[in-house]
Design a protein around this ligand. Structure first.
Ligand code: FES
Length: 378
């Protein structure tokens, strides 16, 4: 199958299925679009349209990246994958077509979501990939459209977008169609301002139901926590909760945090708010602002040093100590750890008064100085 037939196959799944889903051509695409429009309408009816303070750049970024993903990236990758599979592994064409549909949907979704968990996690742990995902976390308000807010290259490199084509080639086109509907429904709902799970949290007798649900699927509270500006409020945690459809990957790999509450602030600390063109098209288009991570000249330099810092703390107040050594506000975190495996250390002061916090980042009793700075090499 060549590139152009591949595009047509994507635009019309039913061409590569024995029968179209529900007997209606392209029904899965219409359903996903319907879910998106449905959430949009419900959010607007709930007053979000009046409350929002989104900028024009936010709207352009979110609408633009959704259009680019839907009209260019996915069709192109789908066609390319079909072409590559047919060229390199022709014997695999349709080998799973005899599978029961339920098994096909389960396998498609499990592999898809496993890929996405690690891709998303790597996007927080490696700087080059963080720069492509960063715009997703610049949104200072949640909402259905945040779901698709990423640089174009982020989607292009996303393994589970390639997996759609591979599983279709193997004979799972109908399972892919159903899987995409289910997955997009969960993803859109977890970004939405319609926090349906609050209904369960307010009714303790429903707690067992919620426990079951949240141990399997990503809920709004679970994912909103990931979009928090910091973990200072004890609810948000942008360096955990990486799952997309299923939460068991986070539980399995030690990154699940459940609070059943919603963070007090979303977005990034010290956000230079690049124009939407740089957010969407980086690295082809870079930011002019030298403070921006998307500027060509930008570099994160170490600010760790061998001198412990004496700071005045207030009893009961929470602080975030910088563990990565790159904050511009030492000894406290300013978000510079994004794009690395470091996470800030949250602590609450036990008394009011001065303390010596570690600035070399070698302490064994963070956040306090334990004289490890004698081993510090600048
Ligand atoms: S800036 Fe956050 S841990 Fe260093």
């Amino acid at each position: 199958m060549g590139i152009f037939p591949g595009i047509f196959a994507y635009l019309s799944y039913n061409r590569i299925m024995d029968t179209p889903l529900f007997g209606i051509p392209n029904s899965e695409m219409v359903i996903v679009l319907g879910i998106l429009v449905g959430f949009g309408l419900l959010e607007a009816m709930a007053g979000y349209a009046q409350r929002t303070e989104r900028s024009g750049h936010d709207w352009m970024m979110e609408l633009g990246s959704f259009m680019l993903l839907s009209v260019v990236t996915k069709p192109l990758l789908f066609a390319t994958t079909l072409f590559l599979c047919q060229t390199l592994f022709p014997a695999g064409n349709g080998i799973f077509s005899g599978w029961p549909l339920v098994a096909g949907v389960a396998v498609f979704l499990l592999v898809d979501d496993f890929f996405q968990y690690w891709y998303h996690r790597f996007a927080h742990e490696y700087e080059w990939l963080w720069k492509l995902h960063r715009s997703h976390h610049q949104a200072e308000e949640m909402g259905f459209f945040v779901s698709y807010r990423n640089a174009a290259l982020y989607y292009f490199l996303m393994p589970n977008v390639w997996w759609i084509g591979v599983f279709t080639f193997l004979g799972g086109a109908k399972a892919v169609a159903i899987g995409l509907i289910l997955k997009q429904a969960v993803i859109i709902s977890s970004h939405s301002t319609l926090t349906w799970d609050s209904f369960f949290y307010r009714r303790p007798w429903l707690s067992p139901v919620m426990t079951l649900l949240e141990r399997i699927f990503i809920t709004p509270a679970f994912h909103h926590a990931h979009h928090a500006q910091t973990k200072l409020d004890g609810i948000g945690d942008p360096n955990n909760n990486f799952g997309n459809m299923f939460s068991f990957w986070d539980q399995l790999f030690g990154t699940a945090v459940y609070t059943r509450q919603f963070p007090s602030a979303y977005g990034l600390v010290n956000d230079p708010k690049e124009p939407w063109t740089a957010q969407m098209l980086y690295p082809i288009v870079a930011a002019d602002n030298p403070r921006s991570e998307l500027a060509r000249s930008f570099e994160k330099v170490s600010t760790a040093n061998a001198v412990p810092q004496e700071v005045h703390l207030e009893k009961g107040q929470a602080y975030l100590w910088c563990a990565c050594g790159k904050s511009q506000s030492q000894p406290f975190c300013d978000g510079s750890h994004h794009g690395s495996k470091f996470k800030p250390v949250r602590f609450e002061a036990r008394r009011t008064g001065p303390v010596r916090l570690c600035n070399c980042k070698l302490t064994k009793s963070s956040p306090f100085c334990d004289d490890s700075h004698i081993d510090f090499v600048p």
